[in-house]
Ligand binder design. Structure first.
Ligand code: ASP
Length: 364
C-alpha cells in the first residue's frame, strides 16, 4: 500500500532526479562502430568552434557518400525492387528542433535534406516523392544510388529466392543443363571476381542492416545528433525503419543528452528507444543503465524468449550532457568470420577516434 508519506517522498525524489543534468561539458563525439571517420571529422569541427549539428552531419556525410559503405547513402543495398531508399533524421539541441526524411530516392545525403526540412519548412518529416521534390527544389542532384556492387548483391539475392518446389523464375530455365549455384553465378557474371561474388552471396543470404548514428557534445554543453541509413536490405518498397523516427532512431534533449540506435528498427519503434533512453537519463540513470533498460523493454516484447530474440540484434548509443556516454547491444557479440566479436561503438574525445565495447543484455 502506498501511504501519503511514501507518495510524498517518492515524488520529491523523482522531482530531484528529473532536474537538468549538470556538470562540466567537453567536446565529445559518439557514433555506431562504422563511425570512426565520422567522429574524427565531427571533432575537428567542434575544435574549430563549429556547431554540433554541423559537426555530426559533416561526419556522417563521409559514410553517405562512400560507395563502399553498403548500409548508408550512395551504395546502400536496395529494396526488393533494386531501388535504394534512404531514411535520416537530425535533432539540434540548442534550438530544440528536428527534421527527417524517409523513403528518399536518388539523393546521396539524406541527412542534409533532413536538416533542410528542419530549417526551411514548418514540418518535421517528408517522405518519398515529396521529399525528393523538396530536395531538388533546394538544388540537390538526383542520381542513381545503386553501385555495381549493390546491384550485383541484389541480383544474387533475387536468384537465391525459391518457391516451395525450389523454383525461381530468375534462375536458369528448367531446360538448362544442371549446374551448381556457384558455377551458375560465375557463368552469369563472367567478369566478376570470386571475391565479389562471395560478397554478393553473403549479402543475399544474410540480409544485412546497417546505419550510422552520431551524437556530439561541445564544451558549451550543446548537443545534437543524426541517424542516417539505407535501412533493411531487400525491404518492401516504402518500408520505413526507426532511423527517421524522432524518439526511436534518434532523440536529443538539450537539458539532458541524446541517444540513437542501429539494428532492427521495427523493435526500436515499438519501445521508442531513443526517447526512452533520454528520459531514463533525465531520471538519473547512467548512459549504460539507460540503454540496457530500453533493451529490456525489447526483450520483454518477446517474453524474454532467447530463441526469438536471437533472430536479430539492436544497439543503442547515449551521450549525456555532462559528457558521460555508453553503447549497449541486445547481444554480447556478433559472429564475424567464424568468430564471436563484441559489438562496439566509436568515440572521439579530442584525439584519435577509438572503438569501445558495448555493454549488453544477453550473453551469446
Ligand atoms: N535501424 C535501421 C533500420 O531499421 C537498420 C540498421 O540499423 O541496421 O532501418
Amino acid at each position: 500500500m502506498i501511504t501519503r508519506r511514501h507518495w510524498l517522498t517518492g515524488t520529491a525524489a523523482a522531482a530531484a532526479a528529473a532536474q537538468t543534468i549538470q556538470g562540466a561539458a567537453r567536446n565529445i563525439v559518439v557514433a555506431s562502430s562504422n563511425g570512426l571517420r565520422a567522429c574524427a571529422r565531427a571533432m575537428e569541427i567542434l575544435k574549430g568552434g563549429g556547431d554540433t549539428l554541423d559537426a555530426v552531419i559533416a561526419g556522417v556525410n563521409i559514410n553517405e557518400e562512400d560507395p563502399e559503405d553498403d548500409s548508408v547513402g550512395y551504395g546502400g543495398l536496395p529494396n526488393e525492387e533494386g531501388v535504394v531508399e534512404l531514411d535520416a533524421s537530425v535533432m539540434h539541441g540548442p534550438t530544440r528542433r528536428g527534421g527527417s526524411v524517409a523513403g528518399l530516392r536518388g539523393i546521396k545525403t539524406p541527412s542534409k535534406v533532413a536538416r533542410l526540412v528542419m530549417e526551411q519548412t514548418d514540418h518535421i518529416m517528408l517522405v518519398g516523392e515529396g521529399a525528393l521534390r523538396f530536395a531538388k527544389a533546394y538544388g540537390f542532384r538526383e542520381e542513381n544510388l545503386l553501385t555495381e556492387k549493390s546491384r550485383l548483391a541484389w541480383l544474387v539475392w533475387k536468384r537465391s529466392l525459391r518457391d516451395a518446389g525450389g523454383h525461381n523464375n530468375w534462375s536458369d530455365g528448367l531446360d538448362a543443363p544442371p549446374s551448381k549455384a556457384t558455377a551458375e553465378l560465375r557463368r552469369m557474371f563472367p567478369g566478376v571476381s570470386d571475391e565479389l561474388l562471395a560478397y554478393a552471396w553473403d549479402r543475399a543470404v544474410n540480409p544485412p542492416a546497417g546505419t550510422i548514428n552520431c551524437l556530439a557534445l561541445n564544451s558549451k554543453g550543446e548537443i545534437s545528433g543524426v541517424t542516417t541509413t539505407s535501412g533493411l536490405a531487400w525491404k518492401i518498397p516504402g518500408r520505413v525503419g526507426d532511423s527517421p523516427i524522432l524518439g526511436a532512431g534518434l532523440y536529443v534533449d538539450q537539458d539532458v543528452g541524446g541517444a540513437g540506435s542501429t539494428g532492427r528498427g521495427e523493435e526500436n519503434i515499438r519501445v521508442a528507444g531513443a526517447h526512452t533512453i533520454v528520459e531514463n537519463l533525465r531520471h538519473g540513470m547512467t548512459p549504460k543503465e539507460a540503454c540496457l533498460d530500453a533493451l529490456k523493454r525489447i526483450a520483454r516484447n518477446y517474453d524474454n524468449d532467447r530463441e526469438r530474440l536471437a533472430r536479430f540484434d539492436i544497439s543503442f548509443y547515449a551521450l549525456r550532457k555532462d559528457g558521460a556516454y555508453a553503447g549497449a547491444s541486445l547481444w554480447s557479440g556478433a559472429a564475424r568470420r567464424g568468430q564471436l566479436r563484441p559489438r562496439q561503438f566509436a568515440v572521439n574525445d579530442g584525439d584519435r577516434s577509438r572503438l569501445e565495447n558495448c555493454g549488453y543484455l544477453l550473453e551469446r
